[in-house]
Design a protein. Structure first.
Length: 479
């Protein structure tokens, strides 16, 4: 993203900086620096993510209510209800996090804590984005803490916040958080893998440069506008991948890769075809995440090829917008849909998020229940949020993401409660099917409805998502 897109400091932002500086004036960080260094660092990160003005101001003030004499009423009077709401959310999120002690292993209880943390953001996901910016700066300055604190915060970062960044498809953030945290959790392993990557890159650099030139020349000859750059695998990603391949480095083909950025989707497929005309593709390693995005919304074409000199190289091909989303995830959604998304968040209309982020509505529902004093079934919610996702399609080609194992009624209620309440049958891939059939990746699902069809209590046995259960439960008493 060009630097000239970054928001300039407005009068409101400058006022927030002045108030935060005064509020934190007698406080120091563990580094010995004035505490205001931290809120200003959070401000800079949020600006780099191109967040809206209210989010940046809330980031500047995020520690004031908990750590200073400044009150929420003070913030509300000075900056409005939206900023006060965000600061309150981050404060509550911090209180939830303090109860997270079970981090030695990734147990269900840890995921429940993660879930509670996420539920706390149910009304406005910008709360979570501020918290991630806060965590990123704290991770960057971990060296100032004693070793036991370093290990605890790094473990929490690796097991809670890095996966959360991944869930929001904030790839750049996930990589930095995971690598910093891993360097404290297992420093010897980190150094070993870091050196391994550096050595591999030195050996591959000359060959990669030649390949990059060959590809550039071909794309230029075919008049395809493209940017090409190298992509180095992160240390923690390599650690996880080696675990899957019995520590066999020979099976890891993407230690270094080349990334091609093109203007539009058509150009992505043209570039793929040109690559395959130049080099021999490894067919089993061609992945189309444009037609079938990953569960967090990531889109790109991946292919691994063998050059005439027997070099194996992975390529990623995507548009600029796909690249920004792969790097910054939800924050990029704010940039590309800034006015619409910001207004929807302010009004609590989270259902207007892009399809791949509809899981946030599950958190909104859970947050509403907790506010009303109702119980939330964390086990079922955890299933919906942490289960593998599948992507299925409407007959018009719209993509709907659902937890693996979902049934046609889950799909119907996701489309609209009125559709879900009048289901009379289902066609899957153009053929009549039944409501007990588990949906699979890539299915085209057509819901058949009838006005005289009413929902039955027995339908609970034919759904797995909490969203569908909630909608069905609301409909049954009306009969």
């Amino acid at each position: 993203m060009p630097d000239n897109k970054k928001p300039a400091n407005s009068e409101r932002i400058e006022r927030a900086v002045a108030i935060a500086t005064e509020a934190h004036k007698n406080q120091l960080r563990k580094t010995g620096e004035p505490y205001i260094i931290h809120p200003l660092a959070v401000k800079k990160i949020l600006e780099e993510w191109h967040m809206d003005e209210d989010t940046i101001i809330a980031g500047i003030l995020h520690d004031t209510v908990e750590d200073t004499d400044l009150t929420l009423d003070d913030i509300k009077k000075e900056f409005g209800e939206s900023v006060a709401f965000l600061v309150d959310g981050v404060t509550k999120l911090g209180q939830v996090r303090k109860n997270m002690d079970n981090l030695d292993t990734y147990l269900p209880e840890t995921k429940d804590n993660f879930l509670r943390l996420m539920i706390a953001t149910g009304n406005d996901i910008r709360v979570l984005i501020i918290k991630l910016a806060d965590r990123l700066h704290n991770a960057r300055t971990l060296s100032a803490l004693p070793p036991d604190k370093q290990k605890k915060i790094a473990t929490e970062t690796l097991e809670i916040f890095a996966p959360l960044a991944d869930r929001l498809n904030m790839g750049r953030l996930r990589v930095e958080l995971a690598d910093i945290a891993f360097s404290y959790v297992d420093p010897k392993r980190f150094e070993y893998l870091k050196n391994l990557i550096e050595e591999n890159n030195k050996q591959a650099a000359k060959a990669l440069k030649e390949i990059e030139k060959e590809v550039k020349d071909l794309l230029k000859k075919e008049k395809l506008d493209a940017e090409i750059s190298g992509r180095i695998k992160s240390v923690y990603s390599l650690h996880k991948k080696l675990a899957k391949h019995n520590q066999n480095l020979g099976e890891i083909y993407d230690l270094t890769a080349l990334r091609i950025i093109v203007p539009d989707v058509t150009s992505c497929y043209l570039a793929l075809g040109l690559l395959h005309s130049l080099y021999t593709p490894m067919n089993e390693r061609i992945k189309d995440y444009i037609a079938k995005p990953k569960q967090n919304g990531y889109q790109s074409l991946h292919t691994t090829v063998i050059t005439p000199k027997k070099k194996i190289v992975e390529f990623q091909i995507r548009t600029r917008e796909m690249h920004e989303y792969a790097e910054r995830g939800l924050a990029a959604s704010f940039y590309y849909n800034e006015q619409k998304l910001t207004e929807n968040y302010k009004q609590g209309k989270i259902q207007h998020l892009p399809t791949n982020l509809l899981w946030i509505t599950e958190l909104q529902d859970a947050a509403a229940k907790l506010r009303e004093g109702k119980k939330v079934d964390l086990k079922k919610l955890r299933l919906n949020l942490f289960a593998d996702k599948i992507f299925v399609y409407t007959p018009k080609g719209d993509i709907i993401d659902l937890p693996k194992g979902s049934l046609p009624l889950d799909f119907a209620f996701r489309l609209h409660s009125e559709i879900g309440g009048h289901v009379s049958g289902v066609k899957i891939n153009g053929k009549m099917s039944n409501l007990n059939r588990r949906l699979e990746q890539g299915d085209v699902v057509e819901i058949l409805t009838a006005k005289n069809q009413v929902p039955h209590e027995s339908w609970f046995e034919k759904i797995i998502t909490s969203h569908a259960r909630q909608k069905l439960r609301q409909m049954l008493p009306k009969q």
